[in-house]
Ligand binder design. Structure first.
Ligand code: URP
Ligand code: ZN
Ligand code: ZN
Ligand code: ZN
Length: 510
């Protein structure tokens, strides 16, 4: 099976019998602390043919079973990254990580599934789906798709239905920024939200006011500010707060759940918190860059360094990160993504004379599990069960694939990590698995190391060796009407009768 593998990714030292799809399909993880979102217990986990068969103490097995000792370590569901862009054409170039390299990076960092955004081709959803299905053939871990909606007509509406009913997509993203390319207006957003609601699909928004961003950018150029700092200055938090609030209010008007991607600022977070307090179903997704970085890197005089931090919405001033961590720890924000969207230094240099041309995006698919552990668990902000909740389980619930994913239960997929809380990690572009040549977390160290990753019942990461095969990842269809839709029809009925009652009273009185 060696010849099937990608050079550089074949682990030596496992023994060839374990190499490739014909590997031993029986696995026992012994003596670890098994953590789910609701509880933790010391137990063994027995796996056969990619599925968890049993979770209980002292499982006895025969000698045809590969045994992994997890004593003193945490055995947790593999991470699910709700927000990635692999092999995406964007801003005149294409992300450097494809479905193989991005997923290889993910697996080495403890993420076993991701949900990527299909971009329609000339507005056609089915053409976009076909293109992404093709790109994803080289997958080495399981993946799902969201889909962006970039224009509106009767075909788009019909295609949304096909995507949901036949293609396994249950979420659509609307960009309120990127004027002139992906951006849509409020009329389209409203139509899209209504279509989402009727299909039981989740509306997602990139919330920045794109018209105002364009104004801000023009102003910077007029002032002669052309470097990466212009990116930050041109799109302040107030524009993120405005768009987040607007999308939330329109979702309330339509009475459909809303998912706000990459919440980067206090302004946006507070809009979400306020809506949730009022009983609205709004999900807020911070991303690792927003949780752990601040904007200082964007002011680095070295363009290559500053440009690597350019993403939208921008990484904010110190203080926003801590506030987002706090919101995550108390449940005001619900899960963590990465927005992994990598461009190398050469690609970033497209904007050397004009920050508006720097391809937007940062890395994170490989670093998320470690950085969230170190920032949130190691620092004492959240429990280990909460860690599982925000890195895996809640994502599986929102996108309606729980408990197949996001849990260590009999019958669930065997996507599992073993994390050693006493070991440490260190991040550098020199050793990371992404194809990009920089890392926004360069030099970071922390406590807690993913020592083993098991994907679909196969040990793919162990002893610092990655053993992955293109074509082993599966497309995970995600059915509509997740828990977020429970009771929406009842709320609609109540709302309608609240509209009718005063009209009837008025008629009776006249
Ligand atoms: O800068 C970013 N976030 N790039 C990826 C596209 C998006 O907006 O999610
Ligand atoms: Zn091999
Ligand atoms: Zn976005
Ligand atoms: Zn994104």
């Amino acid at each position: 099976s060696v010849s099937n593998e990608i050079p550089g990714f074949c682990a030596v030292g496992y023994g060839e019998s374990e190499c490739g799809p014909s590997s031993s399909s029986k696995l026992l993880i012994k003596g670890g602390t098994v953590v789910n979102a609701d509880r933790q217990e010391v137990a063994d986990v027995y796996i056969e043919d990619g599925i968890i068969v049993s979770v209980q103490p002292n499982i006895k097995v025969g000698d045809d079973v590969t045994v992994l000792d997890a004593t003193g370590k945490y055995v947790m569901p593999g991470g699910i990254d709700p927000h990635t862009h692999l092999e995406m054409e964007f801003m005149g170039t294409e992300t450097i990580d494809d479905f193989f390299s991005g997923q290889a990076a993910a697996l080495s960092g403890g993420t076993t599934m991701h949900i990527d955004f299909v971009i329609p081709v000339n507005g056609s959803l089915s053409a976009g789906f076909e293109a992404y299905a093709k790109k994803a053939k080289k997958s080495c871990m399981d993946y799902g798709f969201h889909m962006a909606i970039t224009k509106w007509d009767e075909y788009v509406e019909r295609e949304m239905e096909i995507m949901v009913k036949e293609k396994g997509i249950n979420s659509f993203k609307f960009f309120l920024a990127y004027k002139g390319s992906l951006m849509i207006n409020d009329e389209l957003l409203l139509k899209g939200m209504k279509a989402c609601k009727s299909l039981g699909a989740l509306a997602m928004v990139h919330a920045e006011n794109g018209d105002a961003v364009a104004e801000g950018q023009k102003k910077m150029i007029e002032l002669g500010i052309t470097g990466p700092e212009g990116h930050v200055l041109s799109r302040p938090p107030v524009l993120e707060g405005e768009a987040t609030g607007r999308a939330i209010r329109l979702a309330s008007f339509v009475n459909t759940p809303l998912y706000v991607v990459h919440v980067m600022s206090i302004d946006a977070m507070e809009e979400i918190a306020k809506a949730r307090k009022a009983g609205q179903r709004v999900i807020g997704e911070p991303v690792v860059s927003g949780l752990v970085l601040d904007d200082s890197g964007l002011w680095d005089p070295d363009f290559t360094i500053a440009a690597k931090y350019v993403m939208s919405p921008p990484i904010r001033k110190q203080g926003h990160n801590k506030a987002l961590q706090a919101a995550l720890s108390t449940g005001l924000l619900q899960l963590v993504g990465t927005d992994h969207c990598t461009f190398n230094s050469t690609q970033k240099a497209l904007g050397i004379d004009d920050f508006r041309k720097i391809p937007n995006g940062v890395n994170g698919i490989e670093e998320r599990m470690h950085l969230v552990w170190d920032t949130m668990v190691e620092s004492g902000k959240i429990s280990v069960t909460d860690y599982v909740q925000i890195t895996s389980t809640e994502c599986a619930r929102i996108f309606n694939i729980y408990p197949r994913k996001g849990a260590i239960l009999a019958g669930s997929d065997a996507d599992i990590i073993i994390l050693n809380p006493n070991s440490s990690f260190q991040i550098t572009a020199e050793t990371h698995h992404s194809r990009t040549d920089t890392n926004v977390y360069e030099g970071r160290r922390g406590k807690g190391k993913v020592e083993v990753t098991i994907a679909g019942g196969r040990v793919v990461w162990k002893d610092g060796e990655l053993k992955v095969l293109p074509g082993t990842g599966r497309y995970i269809e995600m059915p509509p009407f997740s828990y977020l839709f429970n009771g929406i029809d009842k709320a609609d009925a109540t709302y309608l009768s609240s509209l009718r009652a005063p009209v009837q009273r008025f008629k009776a009185a006249t």
